[in-house]
Design a protein around this ligand. Structure first.
Ligand code: G16
Length: 539
């Protein structure tokens, strides 16, 4: 029985870098989720006769939200929903399922790398038929709709059993509950040399995959342990938990410190990889060795020929403006295009759809290729394993060879968290105004060569986006400032700094970048405006 429920709009349902992301206590307000979902449906011309992929990363409220959306989908005339068993799919698997089934859209319930649980975050990512997250223009349309919505449609019906694989019906809508891993595994087998990786494990190569108690645990067990033969127990924190076991499921040096500690101990295995809450981010570590995400993108690109799916050649590459320029040097050598786009994976999708790029990546621990339209944590780990299997070299050796060939780009991101949004906006606004006045000036002995906002002109759809402010130095160093689009607690100012060194590869990145951090704080007046004398987080 279709019910039309009257509702009043919320005014804070603007989507950020990747969908809408809020504290759980915000999302569970009366009709909050329903308002957003109905606005989404309405702003894309309804869902009558359409097929969607619907799932989540299993975080707190996933089970309740998914039932609400199933009922709303049926009431709005959706033809079919494809759902991962128990309502769960990783973000990359969801993109794969969407593309494989030529679905019209996808909804992923996740706040990605943000903490889960009752006091954590929840979110909704919306993907269009190309498998990638919707454009800023569509997000804007949805937001406009949320501000005036007056009713939504749902069904008065019991919950659907999502533990059972197969097809069932709700009213006229087909619901197909699928194995969340099968298609994703098939795709990975098509891309990588699984036999070579199996031999690597047979040779006694030791390995840890840390799923951070999040969605990719079962994928890790199946792919690394059962199919590739990594010893049982190689996958750590493998059971997806609604609160990620209290972890902040962001695989970086700070939030995956337990893994970093293991890799810098005397019991370190040969390799460790970790994924985030929804499985799109990755971290790569060797024995007593960390690979920065910007370097990882560059190294994978430089070694593409070892991977069966790419061995015949790749199109160009792309990185977000905030990501280091390491991959640009590889692209130059390979004589392929290197694009620089605003932060947000959706900005790579047009380039992939038009065969301009094969690989892309971001400093925020995301790397992937055109096999899907999302970043892919397990893909990145398999890529590294495949290179190791093909070359017989360690993570450290592969990285050192890379530095020897191209020089080392020292890179770190410094985050200033929990700033009042008005203060943060004013800081960015004034800094942008002042940028031209820095050109030619010398700070701490470093001369600014250029300083300007990063403006991207999409070569495919002609749209323009401004995202971040850039300051370049004559010595090759660079500072990028931008405000995070994924936080739920005030504003986060991110300061990304890189410095290039052709000869010295063993310096401490913090030492190398110290003077640029000082300059960054000085020219943006960070302390005067925020009261912060140092960043809250360095990754
Ligand atoms: C999302 C996007 C990424 C982007 C990141 C940036 O990541 O999908 O493409 O790099 O946000 O976050 P921020 O705006 O906070 O710097 P995820 O993993 O949260 O989906």
């Amino acid at each position: 029985m279709i019910k039309t429920v009257e509702t009043t709009p919320y005014q804070d349902q603007k989507m950020g870098t990747a969908g809408i992301r809020k504290k759980v206590k915000t999302i569970i307000q009366q009709n909050y989720l329903e308002n957003f979902v109905q606005s989404l449906f309405d702003s894309i011309g309804g869902v009558q006769g359409k097929t969607f992929v619907l799932s989540g990363d299993g975080r707190y409220y996933n089970d309740i939200a998914i039932q609400k959306i199933i009922k709303m989908s049926a009431a709005n005339g959706m033809k079919k929903l494809i759902i991962g068993q128990n309502g769960m799919l990783s973000t990359p698997a969801s993109s794969r399922i969407l593309l494989k089934n030529k679905a019209d859209g996808g909804i992923t319930l996740t706040a990605s790398h943000n903490p889960g649980g009752e006091n954590g975050d929840f979110g909704i990512k919306y993907a269009t038929s190309n498998g990638g997250q919707c454009s800023a223009q569509i997000s804007e349309k949805i937001y406009e709709k949320t501000k005036t919505i007056t009713s939504f449609k749902t069904l008065d019906t019991p919950d659907i059993d999502l533990s059972k694989l197969g097809i069932q019906y709700l009213d006229h809508m087909e619901i197909e509950v699928i194995d969340p891993i099968k298609d994703y595994l098939l795709m990975m087998e098509e891309i990588f040399d699984f036999d070579a990786i199996k031999k690597l494990f047979q040779s006694g190569f030791t390995f840890v995959f840390d799923a951070m108690n999040a969605v990719t645990g079962p994928y890790g067990i199946k792919i690394f342990e059962e199919v590739l033969g990594a010893p049982k127990g190689s996958v750590h924190q493998a059971k997806p938990l609604p609160d990620f076991g209290g972890l902040h499921p962001d695989p970086n040096l700070v939030y995956a410190k337990h893994l970093v500690d293991l890799m810098y101990s005397d019991h370190a295995p040969d390799f460790a990889g970790a994924n985030d809450g929804d499985g799109d981010r990755n971290m790569i570590l060797g024995k007593k060795f960390f690979v920065s995400p910007s370097d990882s993108l560059a190294i994978l690109t430089d070694n593409y020929r070892y991977i069966p799916a790419y061995k015949d050649g790749i199109y160009g590459v792309a990185k977000s403006a905030a990501t280091s320029t390491a991959v640009c040097r590889v692209a130059e050598k390979l004589n392929i295009a290197c694009y620089e786009v605003p932060t947000g994976w959706k900005n790579f999708c047009n380039l992939m759809d038009t065969n301009r790029i094969t690989f892309c990546g971001e400093e925020s621990f995301g790397t992937s290729s055109s096999h899907i339209r999302e970043k892919d944590g397990i893909w990145a780990i398999l890529f590294w394993l495949n290179i190791i299997a093909a070359t017989g070299k360690s993570v450290e050796q592969i990285t050192r060879d890379f530095w020897a060939k191209y020089g080392r780009t020292y890179y770190l991101r410094f985050d200033y968290d929990g700033i009042d949004s008005n203060v943060a906006d004013a800081l960015m606004h004034d800094l942008e105004e002042n940028l031209p006045s820095f050109e030619g000036k010398i700070f701490e002995g470093c001369k600014v060569s250029r300083a300007h906002p990063f403006v991207y002109h999409d070569v495919v759809d002609g749209s323009s986006t401004k995202n971040g402010l850039l300051v370049y130095f004559e010595d090759g160093a660079r500072i990028c400032y931008r405000l995070s689009g994924t936080g739920t607690n005030g504003a986060t100012l991110r300061v990304y700094i890189e410095a290039y060194d052709k000869h010295n590869f063993d310096l401490n990145p913090k030492d190398v970048l110290k003077k640029y951090l000082k300059i960054a704080a000085l020219i943006a007046q960070i302390e005067q405006r925020t009261g912060k004398t140092e960043p809250d987080l360095t990754t």
